[in-house]
Design a protein. Structure first.
Length: 592
């Protein structure tokens, strides 16, 4: 077979000839330095390769080596607590191997430690019949997560050998003899290690309709614009509006069991903050370090652009693996705009016909393919376990223009839109999510859960709060023209209540130990207290010649302002506050 050689180098794109035996998405080793690349286009015996490392100094005539493999990730115990780059190279191990803080070109290190031993406890006995996805046994990967070793997809038969004890991820822990009708003629040795191509979704038995909310602890998200476990959401916003802080708060406080956080093309200082902060964060649900249930993928803006495109697929494949074990998994991608820009650059170097704003014509299908891997699923296997994968992608539209292609293609396939607003950020209102532009399409699916698990009037209160905020927007136009005094007492009360919802409920301090996370029951009580104020004040202010200044001067308003700091264990304080509201407003009525 003729030796494949480079004939052209254009940034991360390398063109090689004598590649007739190559396959699409096959991994290749480029040049004498054996840089990792992937075949992305074939014309006859010429192949276009996107290289996931720096290509400076490489020129025509250098060799290209075919590997016969697709770009895949290692799936085994040891993923949690790890920090990877976009193609699953462990950054701490690279630093130790290269003896340098910089990634050495061509360096090859295993994604998961091959020498570490894990204690495997079988869940099935010898002679058991198993199918794809069945759990053979467990490994305590961290103190928070039990790693379930599953029968690989496409494998079914009888367990003829299974072993208990300490093994590396490559050692055989079980032997499965395929069923007679199986095309596989010989017994299959199963280890803890699976490899899976990143561009192919992992198989499931069925997908279901999400009916349980992903509780984030952020009041504007959980109450006004909830996302379901297994849902897909987008956080678009301009520079400085708080995308990264919102994503980090979601990773810290949401009630998913496993977190996969992808830093895709963001600035190095933002990712550095994540990498430094996460190992020291305590999981509020367990009191253990948050990293014990987290996988970080760092592919910053100064790393090779082609690896950005792979990083989101690497992350979502790892997330699907834990979903298949029956866990609720949340994936945060920050930001998918940088992923799209990487596709645009590669597309331009391939000289493809550009679409809108220079993005490739397949931007929409690639975006849809990524978000559609979210979902609540029936996992493979006979135990009928369920898992979920929630995908939340940040979008960075230039100048905050939500009409640009990446934002629009994202909105077509996601059901939750959390619109960050620079004006709110400049006013120091955080999270700076615009309550008039944002929406959720999961509200109907989650209504039964909220009514059953939180309070019967939860959904009704949510709708009332939304109407008050919308009414405030309409009244502000009138106030700008004629002033507040021209409004009726009811309209003035609406404005005052809307202000309380905005400042006392929607505003949340991500750095306050009490305010950073609010349970659903506390969110309900807090909003109900504000609406209680409105309901009791309404008949009073509509009385003839009522002075609104008396209402604004009530001392209970200061107590409502501080209500978000009531600890979760002191929920009875809301009953006392509601009683105070009724007493003080009744005093106004009788005095009038």
């Amino acid at each position: 077979m003729p030796t494949a050689t480079i004939i052209k180098v254009a940034g991360p794109l390398v063109v090689a000839d004598s590649m007739k035996s190559a396959k699409m998405y096959e991994v290749v080793r480029v040049s004498k330095e054996r840089l990792i690349g992937e075949v992305i286009e074939l014309h006859g015996d010429t192949a276009s390769i996107q290289v996931y490392e720096e290509t400076s100094g490489i020129g025509p005539g250098e060799p290209v080596e075919l590997t016969g493999q697709t770009l895949s990730v290692d799936l085994a115990p040891g993923l949690l607590t790890s920090i990877y780059d976009g193609i699953q190279r462990p950054l701490p191990l690279i630093e130790r191997e290269a003896k340098s803080p910089y990634i050495t070109r061509g360096i090859s290190v295993p994604a998961i430690d091959r020498a570490q031993k894990w204690t495997f406890v079988p869940s099935v006995e010898k002679g058991a019949n198993v199918v794809s996805g069945d759990i053979l046994g467990t490994v305590q990967e961290t103190t928070l997560i039990e790693h379930r070793i599953m029968v690989p997809p496409g494998v079914a038969g009888t367990v003829t050998d299974i072993r208990k004890g300490s093994f590396t991820i490559e050692e055989t822990i079980a032997v499965i003899t395929p069923n007679p009708e199986s095309p596989i003629p010989h017994p299959i040795s199963v280890s803890m290690l699976q490899r899976w191509p990143i561009r192919i979704p992992r198989p499931v038995s069925a997908k279901g309709i999400p009916t349980t909310p992903l509780v984030t602890g952020m009041r504007i998200l959980d109450t006004l614009f909830p996302i379901a476990k297994g849902g897909a959401g987008a956080i678009p916003g301009p520079f400085g509006a708080g995308k990264t802080v919102t994503q980090q708060s979601l990773a810290k406080y949401c009630d998913a069991q496993v977190i996969v956080y992808i830093g895709c093309g963001e600035r190095g200082n933002e990712m550095t903050e994540v990498l430094k902060e996460f190992p020291h964060l305590i999981d509020p649900h367990s009191g253990e370090p948050l990293m014990k249930r987290t996988v970080l993928i760092a592919n910053t803006s100064n790393m090779p652009v082609a690896a950005r495109e792979a990083s989101v697929y690497t992350g979502i494949t790892i997330a699907e693996y834990y979903r298949d074990m029956g866990y609720d998994v949340a994936l945060m991608a920050d930001s998918t705009s940088r992923w799209a820009e990487a596709m645009r650059e590669i597309s331009g170097r391939l000289e493809e016909m550009p679409g809108e704003e220079g993005y490739p014509a397949y931007l929409g299908s690639r975006t849809a393919g990524f978000y559609e891997r979210a979902g609540t699923v029936d996992c493979l296997g006979g135990d009928k376990r369920k898992g979920s994968l929630t995908v939340i992608g940040a979008v960075s539209p230039p100048g905050g223009d939500f009409s640009e292609p990446v934002t629009q293609n994202t909105l077509r396939v996601t059901k939750v839109f959390w619109a960050l607003d620079a004006k709110l950020a400049y006013r120091r209102h955080f999270p700076a999510i615009n309550w008039l532009q944002s929406y959720t399409l999961y509200a109907d699916n989650l209504a039964d859960y909220f009514g059953r698990s939180v309070a019967e009037e939860f959904v009704e209160n949510r709708e009332r709060a939304m109407k008050i905020l919308q009414e405030e927007s309409r009244l502000e136009e009138i106030v700008r023209l004629v002033g507040t005094d021209a409004l009726s007492p009811r309209e003035q009360l609406t404005l005052e209540t809307a202000r309380m919802i905005r400042e006392d409920f929607l505003f949340q301090n991500a750095y306050d130990p009490i305010d950073a996370y609010t349970s659903l029951k506390k969110q309900h009580r807090l909003l109900r207290t504000i609406l209680t104020f409105f309901d009791h004040a309404l008949p009073v202010v509509e009385a003839e010649d009522f002075d609104m200044h008396k209402l604004r001067a009530l001392t209970v308003k200061e107590q409502i302002t501080q209500a978000h700091l009531i600890p979760e264990e002191n929920m009875n304080d809301f009953d006392t506050l509601d009683a105070t509201i009724r007493t003080q407003i009744e005093t106004l009525r009788t005095g009038a």
